[in-house]
Design a protein around this ligand. Structure first.
Ligand SMILES: *[C@@H]1O[C@H](CO)[C@@H](O)[C@H](O)[C@H]1NC(C)=O
Ligand SMILES: *[C@@H]1O[C@H](CO)[C@@H](O)[C@H](O)[C@H]1NC(C)=O
Ligand SMILES: *[C@@H]1O[C@H](CO)[C@@H](O)[C@H](O)[C@H]1NC(C)=O
Ligand SMILES: *[C@@H]1O[C@H](CO)[C@@H](O)[C@H](O)[C@H]1NC(C)=O
Length: 429
């Protein structure tokens, strides 16, 4: 961290931030404390979750550490409210041990960067090699997800958090200013808007890393019974180290085809590459984006419009969750590496497939793949990433809460334009 540089950022922050900067307090504005830049040391106040509520019984507990969703309490089909995200009771654990990234926002670049290095404007940048020689979720400290963010605003239904990733942090160029705003809406959405600006060109790719289990976080059931719909008809295949090969594979006739809802467990045992874990940990090209994705979906062109990317349904609880986004990619991770060694809330040890992540993003290793949607944020541009969840127990138009998820399939395939049957080829021409 370069002191002089940080001072300049802080001076700027003082000018641009509203007077009512709240350092982790529930609602009362503190008397104009100096903003820490979002990298402040922890204190008792800062580890208290901000609790957002709706009259329908939805609750989101947001921790300033990592802008983390610590609890997400959602009524089931019988009106019983249960937590549907994995995590820890003790906020300190989020700070001391970031693995396996429960509930936080990861950055500067979520997912992997090959060989922990990239070149931008002729300059080589070296990052933390924290994943088999590659960078995963930002690599080095200071990690986004275990740093304490500043609370800029909070009310009963929203909280706005701020984090500064200083010049050179994690090895990346320039200083990046990030806002994350969570809002609970009257129609049972938890909306997250991530915004970022930079003073130098830098890759940026933030992702919300919650692990969902719509049966209930401590139900004792894994997510293999969930019906999953993904509005994407290609994946970006990877090598042994989970680095994209640069190509696209149509999901048609593969275990990756969720273009109509089907149980996650129905074909998961066929997903054995890359070893050793069995299950999904792959990036889907959303919304029919295919070979020409880079020209349609670079940061400057990413639309602010959100589209339905995922519908998830638990037949046990009757909970549905829609995920809508403006991002061109989705990493669906089925919790393959969980093995009972991580002990979470209520001293419950999370089993394999005990929770699943739905990380909207640009495509992984975009820093080395010019034909992928690009991650470079230029000074003067604003990165805007929307990750909107909506919860319900009865799909619109369905007679019963137990209606099969596939009842929405016709509508959804009409909404998924992509060329599902395009020629099989391993590389983008
Ligand atoms: C989390 O951040 C702290 C600094 O606040 C650091 O000391 C620690 O190593 C980090 N944890 C992990 C797992 O990287
Ligand atoms: C990473 O390093 C390996 C081994 O040197 C090399 O084969 C590969 O092309 C590199 N990947 C990128 C994206 O530079
Ligand atoms: C973050 O929010 C603050 C205060 O509302 C605002 O001044 C600033 O421009 C925002 N930054 C970004 C990157 O959106
Ligand atoms: C379970 O996972 C942890 C953390 O990834 C790992 O250290 C441990 O070796 C694993 N145990 C088994 C039995 O695979």
């Amino acid at each position: 961290m370069k002191k002089g540089c940080l001072c300049a950022i802080m001076a700027l922050a003082v000018l641009t931030m509203p007077a009512a900067i709240v350092q982790g307090a529930r609602s009362e504005p503190a008397p104009a404390p100096a903003p820490s830049g979002g990298n402040g040391a922890s204190s008792a106040a800062q580890v208290t979750p901000i609790i957002l509520t709706t009259s329908s019984g939805l609750q989101a507990h947001i921790l300033p550490i990592g802008a983390t969703i610590q609890r997400l309490i959602v009524p089931n089909q019988d009106g019983i409210a249960e937590d549907v995200v994995l995590g820890y009771d003790d906020p300190k654990i989020y700070q001391d041990n970031n693995s396996p990234y429960f509930g936080g926002i990861v950055g500067r670049v979520a997912n992997r960067i090959a060989n922990a290095t990239f070149t931008l404007d002729g300059k080589i940048y070296n990052l933390g090699a924290n994943d088999r020689g590659n960078t995963l979720h930002g690599g080095f400290n200071p990690l986004f997800e275990n740093s304490t963010w500043d609370v800029l605003e909070s009310s009963t239904n929203h909280v706005k958090l701020h984090f500064t990733s200083p010049e050179g942090a994690q090895g990346f160029p320039g200083s990046v200013s990030v806002n994350a705003t969570y809002t609970l809406t009257k129609d049972d959405q938890l909306q997250l808007v991530m915004e970022a600006t930079a003073d130098k060109a830098t890759p940026i790719n933030l992702a919300q890393h919650s692990y969902f289990n719509l049966n209930g976080e401590a139900s004792g059931l894994d997510v293999l019974n969930h019906d999953l719909y993904i509005n994407g008809d290609y994946i970006t295949p990877v090598n042994f180290d989970q680095i994209p090969t640069g190509g696209l594979i149509p999901v048609n006739n593969t275990p990756f085809d969720f273009t109509t809802p089907r149980p996650i467990g129905s074909r998961i045992k066929q997903v054995t590459f890359p070893p050793p874990y069995v299950g999904y940990d792959h990036n889907w090209a959303l919304f029919g984006l295919g070979w020409d994705a880079a020209s349609k979906a670079h940061l400057g062109a990413i639309s602010n419009d959100v589209k339905l990317a995922v519908t998830l349904y638990s037949p046990v609880s009757g909970r549905y969750m829609d995920l809508s986004t403006n991002m061109p990619g989705l990493q669906f991770y089925s919790g393959n590496n969980l093995n009972g060694s991580v002990v979470g809330k209520g001293a419950y040890a999370y089993p394999v497939y005990g929770g699943m992540a739905l990380e909207t993003q640009v495509w992984p290793d975009a820093e080395h793949e010019p034909k992928f949607p690009q991650s470079i944020l230029q000074p003067g541009q604003t990165y805007v990433h929307k990750w909107f969840l909506r919860f319900y127990t009865k799909p619109a138009g369905a007679a019963s809460a137990h209606a099969p998820a596939s009842s929405g399939a016709a509508v959804r395939s009409a909404m998924a334009p992509g060329p599902a049957n395009q020629v099989h080829t391993a590389s983008i021409p």
